[in-house]
Design a binder for this molecule. Sequence first.
Ligand SMILES: NC(=O)c1ccc[n+]([C@@H]2O[C@H](COP(=O)([O-])OP(=O)(O)OC[C@H]3O[C@@H](n4cnc5c(N)ncnc54)[C@H](O)[C@@H]3O)[C@@H](O)[C@H]2O)c1
Length: 265
Amino acid sequence: MRNEDGMRLRDKGAIVTGAARGIGQATAERLAEDGAAVLCVDRDEEVLDVARAIVDAGGRAVGHVADLGDPRVHAEITQRAINELGAVDVYHANAAVQRMGALETASDDDWAAMLAVNVRGTAQGIAAALPAMRIRGGGAVIVTASVLGLVGDRNLPVYGSTKGAVRALARALAARHGAENIRVNTICPGDVETRLVTEFFDSQPDPAAARAEIVQHYPLGRFATPRDVANVVAFLASDDAAYLTGIDIVVDGGLMAQAYPVVDA
Ligand SMILES: NC(=O)c1ccc[n+]([C@@H]2O[C@H](COP(=O)([O-])OP(=O)(O)OC[C@H]3O[C@@H](n4cnc5c(N)ncnc54)[C@H](O)[C@@H]3O)[C@@H](O)[C@H]2O)c1
C-alpha cells in the first residue's frame, strides 16, 4: 500500500532508538526515504549528524541525545516527537548494550547495564509512545530482538536473556493493543555488519579466519548489512504489514535453517 508518490510512510512520525550508527541509523534513513519524519535517538552525539544527513538528503529528521537506561527520558522523547514531527506512528526500539562472558563472570554492573537499556528502556520507551499512537488510531512498534532470543550463544547468556525477554514483551503488548490497531512485532537478526560485529572479529588473533569460520554457517554466504535489516523494519512499520502482530521476523540469511554447515554428499 503506497501513497500516490510511492512513499509508504508519508505523513508518519517515527522514533528510532540507537540511531547513531548500525541498524538504527540504517532504519532512520530507510524510514525517511519512505516519507516518515524521524526522531533519531541515541546517547551518542553522532546521532545529530545522522539526522542532519537525512535532512541534507531531502528527508525529515531530528536528532535527540538521551540515555535510554534512564527512566526519566522517555516522556520527553515522545513529547519531542509530537512537537517536532507532529505525531508518533512508529516506534523502533533498537538500542541495546551487549557484554560478553560466561554467566559466572557477569557482574552486577553487567546485569544492570543490559537490563536497564535492553529490557526496561525498550519497555518504557514503548509505554511512553503508546498514548500518542492511540490518538492516531493505531501504530507500529518494532523491537530489535536477536536470533539470540531464540537460540543460545555460549558467550552471551545475559544479553540473550534480555533478547528473549523483549520477545515476550512484544507478545504481551500485541495481545493487549491489537484492538487499538497498534501492532507489535520483533525482528531477530543474525550477525549484522555493524561496529558490534566488526570489533569482535578485529579482537580475534586471526580476524579473517574467525570471520570465515562464522560466515560458513550462513546459507546466503554473508552477514546482513544494516540496510537488509532496515528494509524489514520499514515493511513492519508500513500498512503492507497491516495484518502482522505478535510475530518475530528472523533476518538471518538462513542461519537458523541449517543444522550443520558441511559439504554436499
Ligand atoms: N550487530 C548484530 O550483529 C546484531 C545482531 C542481532 C541483534 N542486534 C541488535 O541490533 C540492535 C542494534 O545494534 P547494532 O548492531 O546496530 O549495534 P551498534 O552498537 O552499532 O548500535 C547500538 C546503538 O545503541 C546505542 N545505545 C546503546 N545504549 C544506549 C543507551 N543507554 N541510550 C541510548 N542509546 C544507546 C549506541 O550508542 C549505538 O549507537 C541492538 O538491539 C542489538 O542488540 C545486533
